[in-house]
Design a protein around this ligand. Structure first.
Ligand SMILES: NCC(=O)N[C@H]1[C@@H](O)[C@H](n2cnc3c(N)ncnc32)O[C@@H]1CO
Length: 147
């Protein structure tokens, strides 16, 4: 899994069109979303993650918690983003991984939003620009090499 973490004044999105034949079903309310004072986490779930999705979820939560505590962010925006890797996991696995990360972050006490999966979306982001405001992390299941 590849993650791009951006500490932001706000992140807002608006669903534009389907990017998959069967995108995640969403309500009218989920077609737009916004959070202020948020750690935005753009995530590409990768093929290698399919060998142990549960482990990748836990490792991602550890990394996100670590960055959130460093930048003192209490809100997380989980954002599916298929542009950080050329070896993507198949959509059904990727969606489950992202849904589980959302659940686990809520269990850890964060306020969490997750952008809809399988859509083209317009988004606006205001990066805070401090030294820890732009970070990336790569997570692989044990026994997999980082490519
Ligand atoms: N920016 C717009 C967009 O990325 N849209 C992506 C994601 O929402 C989602 N998606 C599909 N596969 C994956 C994956 N392996 N990891 C993350 N998201 C995925 O499906 C869309 C088309 O690839």
């Amino acid at each position: 899994m590849r993650m791009l973490l951006i500490h932001s004044d706000y992140l807002e999105y608006e669903v534009k069109d389907k990017a998959l034949k069967n995108p995640e079903p969403i309500s009218e309310e989920q077609k737009k979303g916004r959070l202020e004072e948020v750690l935005a986490v753009f995530m590409s779930v990768e093929k290698a993650d399919e060998t142990n999705p549960d482990e990748v979820v836990e490792k991602a939560v550890v990394e996100i918690k670590d960055v959130a505590s460093q930048v003192k962010a209490g809100r997380i925006f989980v954002y599916p983003f298929a542009h950080l890797s050329s070896e993507l996991a198949k959509p059904d696995v990727a969606l489950k991984v992202l849904q589980r990360i959302e659940e686990r972050l809520m269990e850890e006490g964060f306020e969490v939003k997750r952008a809809p999966f399988g859509y083209y979306k317009a988004f606006r982001l205001s990066c805070k620009g401090h030294p820890l405001a732009e970070l990336s992390r790569t997570i692989v299941p044990s026994g997999e090499a980082v490519s």
